[in-house]
Design a protein around this ligand. Sequence first.
Ligand code: FAD
Length: 430
Amino acid sequence: MGHDAGVPTTTADADAVLIGGGGASTAVLHHLALHLLRQQHRRPLRVIVVDPLDRLAERPADRTWCSWVPRGSAAEAELEPAVHRWWPTVQVVAPDGTAAELDLAPLRYAMVRGEDYYAHVAGLVDLARERGALQLEHLPVAALGVEEDSSATRVVLPEGALVAPVVLDSRPAPPARPGASSLVQHFLGQRVRGREGSVDPDRAVLMDFSVSQPEVGLAFGYCLPSDTATALVEHTAFVPEPLGAAEQAAALAEHLPRALGTTTSADLVVEHVETGAIPMTDAPFPQRPPAPPGLRRSRVVRLGTAGGAVRPSTGYAFTAMQRAARAVAGQLAAGVPGDRLEVPHPYPRRHAWMDALVLRALLDGPRRGGLDGPEFFVRLFARNPPQRVLRFLDGLTGPGEELALMATSPRGPMLRAAALDAAWRLRSGR
Ligand SMILES: Cc1cc2nc3c(=O)[nH]c(=O)nc-3n(C[C@H](O)[C@H](O)[C@H](O)COP(=O)(O)OP(=O)(O)OC[C@H]3O[C@@H](n4cnc5c(N)ncnc54)[C@H](O)[C@@H]3O)c2cc1C
């Protein structure tokens, strides 16, 4: 077979190889299965997932994904079967304990348990397989790397290699170069069961800033009820370095009874523990590695955290991962090779700049002319319609809405951050 611009000449082992089988990859399988179940196909699409962890149906309950979803949207319909709870309103609690109820209409806050999402997608994949639309194989090994030239892209495994015209890579990866400001979102959560009737199932708390604050950065609690006895309660900190395990456990233990409106946590049963550290940085995560000689673009697309899906100012990534997966699914099914895949940029460039300012100002803190984190977020939600803030965090607002958001941010700290950022860019040539 001859080749031109990106069409591999080496026989392929699959139509696509997915390196990493976590959030980003599961979203791709989700949208791919939905797409294949809707369309006519001549032969099954062959996909191989490479991940040392369990295959989809057996992945552990390792995370809870929350996001806000427009009512009546395609995203709502796609996600509905995997959603554990929806809330039309959420609360933001100020440092003094004052709670503000935010009506999110036309959005709703969605809570998707990892295990439910994996099971739902595994079910769709099975259906697509039964219909002869998809052949999915899972290789339980760690990929060692990717080698690419103009004729082929090879995923290097401990034994052998896989050749495919498309490689979607969601292995954790460092940024292309260091940024100016980096925090880590470090959180610990427990799914707890108390007495029947002890939990208000309609009171979802997005951010409760009445917890002790770190010296640099910010901290908040988070409470998402499942029913009248069970809730997921988390302690989250945006800090320069992860908290110590004991410090984090103590912070959650202190917050738990208050979050649930009880005086003691003695009668609570912990059903599940969830922890994580998400990078919040203005360092760049390119969506593709450099192109090899003779190719316009690499056939490798980086997805998820490795591809810049994590919103630097919040650590949310779910919606951006869904967006990328939706865009990729139809193209994969149509046989578009990796170098021609069009994948939306996770967030607009001007949002990346605004996030860089927020990170810098949070790191400086009020004592060094920067932001008081809790005050900043409470004020943002108090002075803007919640939909505007949430749409901004999803990367969906236009310049007019962004000007309105900037007008409600503390002017001094943000102007100072903008000046420091401009000086840093001049110095570093960015
Ligand atoms: C506990 C937790 C809760 C979160 N909650 C939210 C939330 O509520 N809302 C939100 O928007 N975001 C949330 N996030 C952030 C983000 O959505 C998740 O981190 C998401 O899982 C990122 O998907 P990913 O595919 O990039 O990474 P992962 O899901 O971590 O998947 C990466 C995969 O790569 C595999 N891997 C590693 N090395 C190799 C290798 N060499 N070869 C092959 N495979 C390899 C790993 O085994 C893993 O399965 C949360 C993150 C965590 C950790």
